[in-house]
Design a protein around this ligand. Structure first.
Ligand SMILES: NC(=O)c1ccc[n+]([C@@H]2O[C@H](COP(=O)([O-])OP(=O)(O)OC[C@H]3O[C@@H](n4cnc5c(N)ncnc54)[C@H](OP(=O)(O)O)[C@@H]3O)[C@@H](O)[C@H]2O)c1
Length: 370
C-alpha cells in the first residue's frame, strides 16, 4: 500500500472517530442530568420565617405508576399565594412549592405506565388521583416549580403539538374550573347570559369559553382598562365594580331584565348575594372562590336562592377527563389562553408578587425551561 492510500485511510478513520464523538456528545447533552433545580422553602438568613429559593436536588425516579416530566412551564393560581404565605411562617411546603399547573415532556416512565412514552407532550392534572366522575377528596402531589417532577399517570393528560407549553400550563386549575362550572355542573348554551366577576384566571377562561359557544358573557372589574380588554374578548356588557359596588341592577339591565343563567362566583361573601339576585329563574351559581374582603362563603343561602328557584353547586376544579375535554375544546375552538406575563424560572417570586398586585389580566406563567 502506498503512502497516499495510507493517508486516505487515516483521514477516513479520524472522520469516523470525530463523527462517533459528536454523536456521543449529542446523546450526553440530550440525556437527563442526575440533578435539577427546584424551588424549596429554607430558613431565612434573618432567622425569621422561611423563604423560597432555588436548590439543587436529585432528579427523582418514577414509581411504577408515575411519569417523570421535564417541566417547561407552570402557571400560578390564587391558592399558590395562600400556600406560600403559610409556608413563609411554617417552612412547610412540598418541593416545587404548591404549584399544581404545569406542562412539559415525558422524560421517563414507571414500569406500569401504559398511556405515555418518553417524549410525549403532557399537561398535569390538578389532583393526584382524580380521573373521572365526582371528586372524592383532594390528593395533592409535589409542586411543579422544578425542572423535573413526578406526576401519576392517571391524572396526566396529553397535549397537542399545536399547543404551547405556556398555554397548556394555564388549563388545569383555572381553565378546568370554568369548564366544569359551565359544562359539567351546568349546561350553558349559545344565547345564554353568564356573569363573570373580575378579570382573574377563572373569570377570563369563563369569558373565553362562553364566547366560544355563542353565550353572552357579562363581566365586572375594578379597572376600565381591563374591561376594554374583556370587551375585545367577547364580553357583551362590562361593569366597573368600583364605580358600581351593587351591580345587580346593571347585570339585569344588560340581560334585558331576564337575568343570567350562570355565575362563576369567585368573589365570595360580598358578591354572592348580588350574584344570586342577578340570576334568571332556575339559574345556577357555581360557587368557586372568596376574593372579596369578606372571604369565602361556605354556607348555602337557601333564603336567597329560593325566590329565583336557583341552584348553587360547590365547584372543585375538575378531573383528568375534564382537563382532556378542555384541551380538545380549546384546540378545536382555537382559543388562546390569555397570558398577561411570562416570568423566567429565576424570577418566580416576582411572579407571585405580580399575582398579589392584581395588576394582571388572565393568567401569569413561569417559564421553567426552553
Ligand atoms: N373552587 C375551585 O375549584 C377553585 C378553582 C380556582 C380558583 N378558585 C378560587 O377562585 C378565586 C378566583 O381564582 P383566580 O385564580 O381566578 O384568581 P385571580 O386570578 O387571582 O383573580 C384576581 C382578580 O380577581 C378580581 N377580584 C378581586 N377581588 C374581587 C372582588 N371583590 N370582586 C370581583 N372580582 C374581584 C380582580 O379582578 P379585577 O382586577 O378585574 O378587578 C383580580 O385581579 C380565588 O379565590 C381562588 O382561590 C377556586
Amino acid at each position: 500500500m502506498n503512502q497516499n492510500a495510507l493517508r486516505r485511510i487515516a483521514i477516513n478513520f479520524s472522520s469516523i472517530i470525530i463523527a462517533i464523538l459528536s454523536v456521543v456528545t449529542a446523546v450526553a447533552q440530550a440525556a437527563d442530568p442526575a440533578t435539577m433545580r427546584q424551588y424549596q422553602m429554607v430558613k431565612a438568613d434573618s432567622g425569621e420565617g422561611y423563604v423560597a429559593v432555588i436548590k439543587e436536588a436529585p432528579v427523582p425516579t418514577p414509581a411504577a405508576n408515575e411519569v417523570l416530566v421535564r417541566i417547561k412551564a407552570v402557571s400560578l393560581n390564587r391558592k399558590d399565594i395562600y400556600a406560600i404565605e403559610g409556608s413563609r411562617g411554617t417552612g412547610k411546603a412540598t418541593p416545587g412549592l404548591s404549584i399544581s399547573d404545569g406542562a412539559g415532556d415525558v422524560a421517563a416512565i414507571g414500569s406500569a405506565v401504559t398511556r405515555f412514552k418518553v417524549g410525549d407532550r403532557v399537561v398535569g392534572g390538578f389532583d393526584r388521583e382524580w380521573v373521572d366522575g365526582k371528586h372524592a377528596g383532594y390528593k395533592p402531589r409535589e409542586g411543579l416549580l422544578s425542572e423535573y417532577a413526578l406526576i401519576t399517570e392517571q391524572t396526566l393528560a396529553h397535549m397537542p403539538d399545536s399547543m404551547s407549553y405556556e398555554d397548556a400550563a394555564t388549563l388545569p386549575c383555572a381553565g378546568v374550573t370554568a369548564w366544569t362550572s359551565y359544562f359539567v355542573e351546568d349546561d350553558v348554551k349559545a344565547g345564554d347570559f353568564v356573569l363573570l366577576e373580575g378579570t382573574g384566571g377563572v373569570s377570563i377562561f369563563g369569558l373565553q369559553l362562553a364566547a366560544a359557544i355563542g353565550a353572552k358573557p357579562i363581566i365586572t372589574s375594578s379597572s376600565d382598562a381591563k374591561l376594554a380588554k374583556a370587551k375585545a374578548l367577547g364580553a357583551i356588557a362590562t361593569i366597573n365594580y368600583r364605580n358600581t359596588p351593587d351591580w345587580t341592577a346593571a347585570v339585569r339591565e344588560a340581560t334585558g331584565g331576564v337575568g343570567v343563567v350562570n355565575v362563576l362566583e369567585v368573589g365570595g361573601k360580598d358578591t354572592l348575594p348580588m350574584a344570586i339576585k342577578s340570576l334568571k329563574t332556575g339559574g345556577h351559581i357555581a360557587l368557586i372562590g372568596g376574593l372579596s374582603e369578606g372571604g369565602f362563603e361556605r354556607s348555602t343561602p337557601e333564603d336567597l336562592l329560593k325566590p329565583f328557584n336557583a341552584r348553587l353547586t360547590h365547584i372543585y376544579t375538575g378531573s383528568r377527563t375534564d382537563l382532556e375535554n378542555l384541551v380538545t375544546f380549546v384546540t378545536e375552538h382555537k382559543i388562546e389562553p390569555v397570558i398577561d406575563r411570562v416570568f423566567p424560572f429565576e424570577e418566580a417570586m416576582a411572579a407571585y408578587d405580580y399575582l398579589e398586585s392584581e395588576r394582571f389580566f388572565g393568567k401569569i406563567v413561569i417559564k421553567v425551561a426552553e
